[in-house]
Design a protein around this ligand. Structure first.
Ligand code: SAH
Length: 347
């Protein structure tokens, strides 16, 4: 039988569990603080618990704590790419970026991904499994422990489709923003989806106050289906209906991500179609020069095409930015560090 993971429990759940095993309620507050504020890496660090209790907890429960396998540090801008090992031996990637406004961590939500986007390295080996809330939290905790610096922003844009791991994602967001945890402001938590329309609506109903992002990458169904198999399940009109619902329900603006791929989705014609799609909607466009992935033949757009694309959107009154590239000297595209590592350690 699976053992309970202490780090996966909310404070209320932890209280109930401790009462169940005959412990006092106040122990839950102590333990919660050790796990989610002091970021203890094991139960043995919880020195205000009796030795007997620590022993019992260590023997009878799991305690997620990621092992740092690799860390690459950018000489240029201090970006750090991490490869963490999970208790079952799987590895995941997280990235820390330094901005003027604070430190941002990009976390993975799954081991692998089953969405199959054709330009993305994370999806090549398919989905292995979902990450638990504790495994998502501990990516942030591990980075904070490793750097000794506070993390103020978290983006769920690493490997995986967060809305394909819905319940764990919601638990993660609530625990990450809890006052008795790291207390990261909800608007500084960004969740990016490839467009699971029904789940996006469900997320709107939760009204968590998080910042939503949608991976668009194409302005029409035909092209989107070629780039993103998920578009066969949810048409653009269904996705945009969910976006409208989200905006109306929460008052939030939707960031749409558009990776520019040379000769595939980067012409003025594509820009015009995108303008028609987004006009009148409270959306912001983030243009991302595509990261070339070894296994794929896609190439980045010429800088002139990127600027023309941006210009057309701007002139049409659409809010647009080009994503600043970080850590280019340590840049294996998203998901590639993990793939290389697994290739090297096979067999
Ligand atoms: N599954 C979620 C979140 C993870 S992907 C989603 O689809 O949004 C995070 C972002 O990186 C997405 O916009 C994704 O389309 C983009 N992406 C993936 N591979 C990329 C690549 N090689 N170059 C540029 N962007 C990429």
């Amino acid at each position: 039988m699976d053992r309970l993971d202490l780090k996966n429990l909310t404070k209320e759940e932890l209280e109930a569990e401790l009462l169940r095993i005959g412990e006092k309620r106040f122990r839950a507050a102590q333990m919660y603080e050790w796990m989610h504020k002091k970021l203890a890496s094991s139960v043995s660090e919880m020195t205000n618990l009796s030795e007997g209790l620590r022993k019992k907890l260590a023997e009878e429960y799991d305690y997620t704590c990621l092992q740092k396998e690799v860390m690459l540090l950018s000489e240029k801008d201090g970006t750090r790419k991490y490869l963490f090992r999970l208790a079952d031996g799987n590895v995941i990637e997280s990235v820390m970026m330094r901005y003027h406004h604070g430190n941002s961590v990009c976390i993975s939500s799954q081991v692998g991904c089953r969405m199959g986007c054709t330009f993305c390295a994370s999806t090549i080996g398919g989905l292995v499994r979902n990450l638990s809330a504790a495994e998502m939290l501990d990516q942030v905790y591990s980075v904070q422990r490793d750097t000794g610096e506070r993390v103020s922003n978290v983006v769920v844009m690493g490997t995986g489709e967060p809305l394909d791991n819905y319940d764990n994602l919601i638990r993660f967001v609530k625990m990450l923003s809890a006052e008795d945890g790291l207390n990261i402001s909800r608007r500084n938590i960004t969740v990016s989806t490839c467009g699971l329309a029904d789940k996006l609506k469900k997320l709107a109903d939760e009204d968590l106050g998080i910042t939503p992002a949608l991976s668009l990458h194409a302005p029409d169904d035909e092209l989107r289906k070629r780039l993103m198999p998920v578009a066969k399940k949810y048409s653009l009109s269904e996705v945009m209906e969910a976006v409208d619902y989200y905006i109306e329900k929460t008052g939030k603006r939707m960031t749409t991500e558009y990776s520019l791929i040379r000769d595939v989705n980067d012409t003025p014609e594509h820009a015009r179609k995108l303008i028609a799609l987004l006009r009148g909607r409270k959306c912001h466009v983030n243009l991302i020069p595509v990261n070339p992935v070894e296994e794929r033949e896609y190439r980045r757009s010429h800088i002139t095409n990127v600027l023309t694309f941006q210009n057309l959107l701007e002139k049409a009154g659409i809010n647009v930015t080009i994503r600043r590239e970080m850590g280019t000297d340590i840049n294996a595209a998203c998901g590639q560090l993990r793939r290389h590592f697994e290739e090297e350690h096979k067999g």
